[in-house]
Design a protein around this ligand. Structure first.
Ligand code: TXA
Ligand code: MG
Length: 352
């Protein structure tokens, strides 16, 4: 595959009418456009054009049985994708959290091609809270199917440069709106189950959802039994070097890191450390010298850690490391989504 990929920069991440008009035209004629959302960059195409959808799967090397999220920027646009009356929780959650990092799985209308949802009778819908994404969807006046704009199996992109590294030559256009804010993908909630089933933790936390709707069930990550969300079975976010997670409080994480670094040095290993500022300081103070390190930010600021995680994982891949040590964070709130991504990056490797 070789396409001429154009890159258009938006000054200070704001929508510029001429640039957006070009991007909207590409979408309308069935092309592929990478654009910023508040979570990660998405690779968009017209959700109602089957050939356009094929372009997304081909560019990413994405398995055809992994369904896409359809992005909208208006209530009527959302309703048109849903079979029958939207479930009551759709309205309640949409009003509370849209635009925002929440994806709602609902019954799919017959006008939405089965390819969007990999043949499932449902469709995942999200109204993104990013001025560029919203303006683009409104101007194109099409629902935009968009997975994260990475090659399948790589971390989701949080900058246009990440998209370029993975997809240049494979897509039509990249809109560079600067780094994304949340840094990890949206929460995915299946509203066709009772109680609603949390398929992927994200920026809208389980606690926030439970407060809004009462009971929320949580999907088991991996293992036997039917897979509630096809995306759950795929290898995700896996760095090239093995990733070992260090659990515990601040002192325990630093002690474990020092221990690993000492052992690694005598074995001649090059070890990377992906950790909070506090841990990096404590390790340095204890005489630990990792071969590479990445500062995830303040340990008490999980939003900052989430925003930098994928950049850290991508940088780790550019190093020649034998092992990456990764810090664990408390599981409450956004911590659940953060630990979900870290565990996938670590576990997927053990399972091959
Ligand atoms: O924040 C995000 O959600 C980003 C931005 C671009 O919006 N998009 C994103 O898309 O992360 P993607 O394709 O990387 O992840 C979509 C997830 C997958 O795990 C997929 O299996 C699940 O949503 N999904 C999509 N449609 C579904 C459906 N009908 N039923 C169950 N799960 C679905
Ligand atoms: Mg993805």
């Amino acid at each position: 595959m070789s396409k001429a990929t154009r890159i258009l920069r938006l000054a200070s991440g704001q929508p510029d009418p001429n640039t957006l008009a070009e991007a909207a035209a590409v979408l309308r004629r069935g092309g592929t456009v990478a654009f910023p959302t508040e979570t990660v960059y998405g690779l968009g195409a017209d959700a109602l054009q089957p050939e356009a959808l094929a372009g997304i799967f081909a560019a990413k090397g994405r398995p055809l049985d992994n369904p896409l999220i359809v992005h909208i920027a208006g209530w009527e646009q959302a309703e048109a994708l849903i079979a029958g009356e939207p479930p009551p929780l759709f309205w309640r959650l949409g009003r509370l959290f849209w635009p925002g990092p929440l994806t709602l799985v609902v019954p799919r209308h017959g006008r939405v091609p089965a390819a969007v949802s990999a043949g499932l009778p449902t469709v995942a819908i999200r109204w993104p809270a990013h001025p560029v994404a919203e303006a683009l969807i409104k101007l194109a006046a099409v629902a935009v199917a968009a997975p994260s704009a990475n090659l399948s199996g790589r971390p989701s992109p949080t900058t246009a440069e990440h998209v370029e590294v993975d997809l240049a030559g494979r897509i039509d256009l990249i809109l560079d709106g600067g780094p994304t804010g949340v840094g990890i993908e949206s929460t995915v909630l299946d509203l066709t189950r009772d109680p609603p089933l949390l398929l992927r933790p994200g920026g809208i936390t389980r606690e926030m959802l439970a407060e809004a709707v009462g009971e929320v069930a949580v999907a088991e990550a991996a293992g036997s039994g039917p897979v509630p969300s096809p995306g759950m079975k795929y290898r995700h976010y896996a760095p090239a070097a093995p990733l070992r997670l260090l659990a515990g409080d601040e002192a325990a994480v630093a002690a474990a890191a020092l221990n690993e670094l000492t052992g690694g040095r005598s074995a001649g290993l090059r070890i990377g450390l992906l950790a909070s500022r506090q841990t990096l300081r404590a390790v340095a103070a204890g005489g630990g010298r990792p071969g590479w390190s990445f500062d995830l930010g303040d340990r008490r600021d999980l939003a900052a850690v989430a925003a930098s995680l994928y950049r850290g994982l991508r940088q780790a891949d550019a190093q020649d490391l034998d092992l990456i040590l990764g810090e664990c964070f408390p599981e409450a709130g956004l911590g659940a989504a953060l630990m979900d991504r870290l565990r996938r990056a670590a576990d997927m490797q053990d399972n091959g």
